[in-house]
Design a protein around this ligand. Sequence first.
Ligand code: FAD
Ligand code: SIN
Length: 532
Amino acid sequence: MDFDVVVAGSGIAGLSFAIDAAEAGLKTCIVTKKGGDESNTNYAQGGIACVTSESDDFERHIEDTMTAGAGLCDSEVVREVVKDGPARIEDIQRLGVEFSKLSDGRVSLGKEGGHSKRRILHVEDMTGRAIEKAYLDAVRNHPNIDMREHSVAIDLITLRKIKKFGYTTDEVEDRVVGLYTYDDINNKVETLRAKAVVLATGGIGYSYQYTTNPEIATGDGIAMAYRAGVEVRNMEFIQFHPTALFTNSDERFLISEAVRGEGAVLRDHRGQAFMKKYHPLKELAPRDVVARAIDSVMKKTGDQHLWLDSTGIPSEKFKERFPNILAACERIGVNPSQDWIPVVPAAHYLCGGIRTNLDAETTLKGLFACGEVACTGLHGGNRLASNSLLEAVVMAHRGAQRVIEFSKSENLPTVEVPEWVDGNVQDSDERGVLAHSLDELKRAMWDYVGIVRTTKRLERARTRIQNLAREINDYYWNFKVETKLIELRNMIQIADLIVQSALQRRESRGLHYTLDYPSEMSDPHDTILRRG
Ligand code: FAD
Ligand code: SIN
C-alpha cells in the first residue's frame, strides 16, 4: 500500500499532523493501535498553556518554561513554540473546541505549577477529551485520510534495513521508506510504503508500576526509532506528577495541578502544610520540586500517601471547574469539598525522546516525530505544566509544513519494499510469561528508576532489564507477533535507554535526582543515545 505520509498515533500530535498533510492534498494514512481516542491526549485535564491574555506576554511564558527546564531548554525552540501558540489555539477552536469561559464571557484561564500568570486554556477538567473528539471528527470525514484503528506500528522500514535483504540502490544516505504494522483484528502484518513516516506514538508511562498514563503509553515510537539508528536524547527525564489519586489498586487517576492552582494545599499525616519548607511557590513550585518534597515526606513518615486539602474551594466552583475529578473522588467515597483527597506521585510524562529539529525532522531522512515521543528541546530537564499539548500541536503543524514541502521537492526513487517474513514461528502458548515479565519490568522501573535515584539502584534495574531483554528477544523471534509482545519488547528497550541515560548523567538536574551526585554540573549537557 502506498502513501505520501503514514502517521503512527492518533493523539493530538498525530491527528493534527494528518489533518494538515491531508488538507494540502497528501495521501495520508493514520495507524493507531487501539480505538482512535485511546491516547494520553484523551486524559489531559489541566489544559493547554498559551499566552492569550492581555496581562500576560511571550517573555513571561518563555522565562517560566526556561526556569522549569533547569538549564537544558533550547531557547530558540522555547521562543518559537511559545510564539506559535496563539495561531494553533485558533486552529483548535476552528475545529470546534470551545474552551471554558468565565461568566463575563472571557476565556477562563487556569494556573499550574511554575507559571507566573494564569494562562492555561481548558475545557472544564476534560480538555484532552474535547480536543481528541474534535480532531477525530475532522479526520474521520477527510477524503485524503485512511484511518486504521487496531493497527500497531511494529518497525520502520529503512533503506539500510532492506539492503540487508538484497535491495540495491545508488542512494548513499539512509532514509525511511515505510512501516510494518500489525493488524490486531485480522492478525496479519501489513507493509505500508510512504515517502515520509511520522512517529506520534506518545510517551512511556506504562513502563512504570504506578502511572497516570493509559496502557497505550509503551514507548513504541522511540524504540522503533532507536532500532533504526535514530538519535534519542535525555531519556532520564521522567516527570512524576505529584498528585495522583491514591487507591489500593495500581490505577492512578490524576488530580490536576489546576486544583492546587485554585488553592488546594498539600498536607502531611499530621495535617501540616509542608510545601513552604521546600519552595517559596509552595504547592505551585515546579513539578520536580513538589514530587520530591512529597516523596521525602512519605519516606520520613512511612505513609502510603499524603493529602490534598481542597476544602477551601467552594463546592459549586469545584463542581463546575472539576466535574471529572469530583466524580473520581466520589467513586472512592471522598467529597473534595469536605474531605482531604489521598494523593501520591505517579509516572506521568517523558521529557526526553526522539531528537528533532524545529521542523519535527529526526536524524533519519523522511522520518518525523512530534508530541510526547519527540525531544525538541522545549522542556529541557523538566516540563512546565500544560506545555505538552502546546508543543504537540505547534510541532505537528511545523512538521506537516516540512513534509508537504519535502514530498513536493524530493524526487525519491521508488523502492521495492519486502513483505514481512514471519520465519519459523509458532503461535504463542505462553501468554502468562509476557504478563509476568511486564509486571517485573514495571516494578523494577518504579523501585529503582523513580523520583530519587542512586547508581546502585540504577545498576540493579539494568541487570533485571538485561535479563528480561534476553528472554524477550528469544521469545520475539520464535513466536508470532502480537500486540502484547510488540509492546513488551519496546518497553524493555525503553527501560534500558532510560537507565543508560540516567547512569550517564553524573549530576542532579531537573527531574533526574541522584543521591550519588546531588549537585548540578556547571555545564548543562544533553545525553544522546544512538544505536551504532
Ligand atoms: P498521545 O496522545 O499519547 O497519542 C499517542 C497515540 O499513539 C495513541 O493514539 C496511541 O494509541 C498510538 N500508538 C502508540 N503506539 C503505537 C503503535 N505502535 N502503533 C500505532 N499507534 C500507536 N499535557 C498538557 O499539556 N496539559 C494537560 O492538562 C495534561 N494533562 C494530562 C493528564 C494525564 C492523565 C496524562 C496522562 C497526560 C497529561 N498531559 C497533559 C500530557 C499530554 O496529555 C500528552 O503529553 C499529550 O497528549 C501527548 O500527545 P501525543 O499525541 O504525543 O501522544
Ligand atoms: C494536570 O492537569 O495537572 C496535568 C497537566 C500536565 O501534565 O501538563
